[in-house]
Structure formats: structure tokens, C-alpha cells
Ligand binder design. Structure first.
Ligand SMILES: NC(=O)c1ccc[n+]([C@@H]2O[C@H](COP(=O)([O-])OP(=O)(O)OC[C@H]3O[C@@H](n4cnc5c(N)ncnc54)[C@H](O)[C@@H]3O)[C@@H](O)[C@H]2O)c1
Length: 386
């Protein structure tokens, strides 16, 4: 096999991005052969491009037209379709989040574990962006020393009421399983745990429908404790503008700040813990060296990550974002929300079944009436790359 035949389920915003990337040849050795969407009116446009089209996932999965499946549907179907694809003998790339909640993620990962010959990837494209790769290197190489604090203020996810009215599943317990944490911030939560590891305790505060007429969270402030004593703050919102995207990591040997497309690294001439113990002066801090680290943009992060998935299938390359690693961001999204709703700190690993039960209660008790409106999605491609 020198090409991988790919099928995409879900031809909405992101499904169409992947369709275009594949048809435009941005994924070498990835050949889009077939697509499916439950909304059959969408299909003729894709048939006209020479693709086989199906109005349901089952027919695509069983078509024999594909080697690999990309799942680009709303969250809750990621687990069921992922399991179905793997059990049908397909390689599977699932959009973020890998599942709507941790217990489902565990179910999906368990099935993937039974099929080690199938490649199971997650679409966490920030992992191919040079800026996050660099941050990870700085942390993992020990260049920053022992981590003291990790702070990510990610309030630059503004969404209008029109956005929330653009899909019935959006911002509902039943359709998404959460709000800004599980949808928009999933990328940052994945990068956070990819770079700094998972916290061991979380205390979340969430605003439910604080800025929008929605039943899920659109505002979050969360305190985190990591094994080893690092502390962290994660803040997000879809309701403020201008928003910030500032990621600050401080270690004993220095601090790096990523903000406004600039990465500034400040190194301590003497590590702060050593200075603290040896300095004879009360206020003076160690000398510092400041450098700006160039951060080239990743031109096509989705296509880049998909190329790695194809390389893993054809050449056995290591996956940059194994699907199983997607459980970290799901757990963070779930636990920050759960902690906020329960108004108490929660230790990790969290009990996925407990959150599933709570989520099912929220779904069952939901009385919120979702407004749906025909809105433009023309700014989608310019707004989702962070
Ligand atoms: N990686 C990224 O940058 C990125 C960006 C946006 C969205 N996403 C993720 O992609 C997924 C989809 O988001 P979106 O914004 O494209 O949603 P969307 O609502 O625009 O599109 C979803 C599509 O799936 C179809 N669909 C739903 N159920 C189906 C089924 N059972 N079988 C076949 N088709 C079905 C719908 O008709 C719709 O066309 C979400 O999980 C989201 O979090 C990822």
C-alpha cells in the first residue's frame, strides 16, 4: 500500500477543512475517496468532486472504499463511531475531543488497545506548531529548571450568540457534554498537559451561561496543583473581547512567556532556589538574560498532523498525537467543570463514571430551550487556528 484511502464522517466546519486539505494535495499519500454526512443535502457538492458519498456513517464504514476514517461529527459520536471504525478494521483519526467525557474516552481507548494493528490518532494540531513544540522542549529538557508556576490566560475564544445558534448540538449538555472547556479550550488543555503534565488536584470556578443564552460554561477560572509542587492557573472565556492568549511558564532557571505571537525567554543567571538560599541581600534578584525566541507559524497544522497519521499507517512512524493521549484534555475539561459545579477541589485521576453520572443528570434535567438561527460561518477558518 503506498496510499491511504480516507473517508470523512461529518462535513461541517472542520470536516470541510480536511476535505479541502486532502483534495488540494496537502497530505501526501492521503487520498480522500469517500465522505458521509447525515444531512444528505450536503452530499451533491462532494459527489461533484468525484467522491463517493453516503448519508450515514455505517455505509461509509462498511463501504470497502476506505482504509482510514476521520470522525468530524459532534462530540458524543466520537466514541461510538471510533469503536465502530476500529472494529471494522479501519485506522481511525478522531477530531478533538476524542470523547465527550472521560468514561467514554476510556471505552474508546480500550477498544483501540485491542486492535494494535490499527492506527488510532487524535486531531490535536497544536502539537505540530513550532511555538508549542519549543515550549515543550524548554520544559522537558530542564532548561527552565524545576517548574514553579504555569499560567494560561486564554480568553481569546470570543463567540457570539450567532455562533451558538448555528448548530443545535452546540453548547448543550446533550450535544457537547460541556462548553468552552470541552470545545474551544480542548486544544489548550491538550497542549497544557502535553507540555507540563497532568495536575494532581484541580479547583475550578465556572460561569454557566454567563455571557450567552446557553446551559453550559462559557467562563472558567481554575487553580491546579501538579505533582512535585508546581501550581497553575487556567482561565478561559468565550464572552470577553479583547481577549488574551498569554501562556507563562516559570521555573527555577527562568521564565518563558508566549503572548501575541512573541515568545520571550528570561533566564536567571543563578537559579531562583539557589539564589534564595545563598543571597545575603534581602531584595535583590539574580541577574537575567532576556531573549526573544523566533516562532515560525505552522502553515497547515491540520494537514501536518494528518500527514503524520498517514506516515504512521504506511511507515510505522510514531504518532505525534496518539488517540489515547487525548484522554488528558478530556479529563481536564471534565474535572475543571465538575469541580466548579460541585464547588470543591477534585483529585486526579478523577472518577470518570462519577462525572458521567452527573452529566447524565444535567442532560436529563435540562430545560433550556436552544435557539437555532441561520448564520454565516464564513469567518470559521480564520478564527479556529490558535
Ligand atoms: N481540530 C480543530 O481545529 C477543530 C475545529 C473545529 C471543530 N473541531 C471538532 O470537530 C467536530 C465537529 O465540529 P464542527 O464545527 O465541524 O461541527 P459542525 O456542526 O459544523 O459539523 C458536524 C457535521 O456532522 C454531521 N453529522 C452529525 N452526526 C452525524 C452522523 N451520525 N453521521 C454523519 N454525519 C453526522 C452534521 O450533519 C454536520 O454536517 C467537533 O468535535 C469539534 O470539536 C475541531
Amino acid at each position: 500500500m503506498n496510499k491511504v484511502r480516507i473517508g470523512i464522517i461529518g462535513l461541517g466546519n472542520i470536516g470541510q477543512v480536511h476535505v479541502n486539505n486532502l483534495l488540494e494535495g496537502k497530505v501526501p499519500r492521503g487520498e480522500l475517496t469517500a465522505v458521509a454526512d447525515a444531512f444528505a443535502d450536503k452530499l451533491p457538492e462532494f459527489a461533484a468532486k468525484g467522491l463517493k458519498t453516503y448519508d450515514n456513517a455505517d455505509d461509509l464504514i462498511n463501504s470497502g472504499e476506505i482504509d482510514a476514517l476521520m470522525i468530524c461529527t459532534p462530540h458524543f459520536q466520537h466514541t461510538t463511531l471510533g469503536i465502530q471504525g476500529l472494529e471494522a478494521g479501519l485506522h481511525v483519526m478522531v477530531e478533538k475531543p476524542i470523547s465527550a467525557h472521560k468514561a467514554d474516552a476510556e471505552r474508546l481507548i480500550a477498544v483501540a488497545g485491542k486492535h494494535p494493528d490499527r492506527v488510532f490518532g487524535g486531531m490535536f494540531q497544536m502539537r505540530v506548531e513550532p511555538r508549542y513544540i519549543k515550549l515543550r522542549e524548554l520544559v522537558q529538557s530542564g532548561e527552565l529548571g524545576d517548574l514553579i508556576r504555569v499560567i494560561w490566560i486564554m480568553t481569546d475564544w470570543f463567540r457570539s450568540e450567532a455562533y451558538y445558534q448555528s448548530g443545535g448540538w452546540r453548547a448543550t449538555w446533550k450535544g457537547e457534554g460541556g462548553g468552552v472547556l470541552l470545545n474551544q479550550c480542548l486544544h489548550q488543555l491538550d497542549a497544557l498537559q502535553w507540555i507540563a503534565g497532568m495536575p494532581s488536584k484541580v479547583r475550578g470556578h465556572v460561569g454557566i451561561g454567563k455571557f450567552h443564552d446557553i446551559e453550559v460554561e462559557d467562563d472558567v477560572t481554575c487553580y491546579m496543583e501538579f505533582p512535585g509542587g508546581t501550581s497553575g492557573i487556567f482561565i478561559s472565556s468565550t464572552g470577553e473581547t479583547p481577549g488574551s492568549n498569554r501562556f507563562e511558564i516559570t521555573g527555577t532557571k527562568g521564565r518563558v512567556i508566549l503572548e501575541n505571537d512573541k515568545m520571550i525567554l528570561t533566564r536567571n543567571a543563578v537559579p531562583s532556589d539557589e539564589w534564595n538560599q545563598t543571597s545575603k541581600i534581602g531584595f535583590k534578584q539574580p541577574d537575567t538574560m532576556v531573549e526573544e525566541i523566533p516562532i515560525p507559524a505552522a502553515e497547515e497544522p491540520h494537514a501536518g498532523l494528518l500527514t503524520n497519521f498517514i506516515d504512521a499507517i504506511l511507515d510505522g512512524a510514531d504518532l505525534i498525537a496518539p488517540g489515547s493521549s487525548g484522554i488528558g484534555s478530556v479529563e481536564l475539561a471534565n474535572v475543571m467543570l465538575y469541580s466548579g459545579l460541585m464547588d470543591k477541589p477534585i483529585d486526579l485521576p478523577m472518577d470518570g463514571l462519577e462525572w458521567e453520572e452527573k452529566l447524565n443528570e444535567l442532560i436529563a434535567e435540562s430545560t433550556h430551550e436552544k435557539k437555532i438561527a441561520e448564520v454565516s460561518s464564513e469567518d470559521f477558518t480564520s478564527s479556529f487556528r490558535r
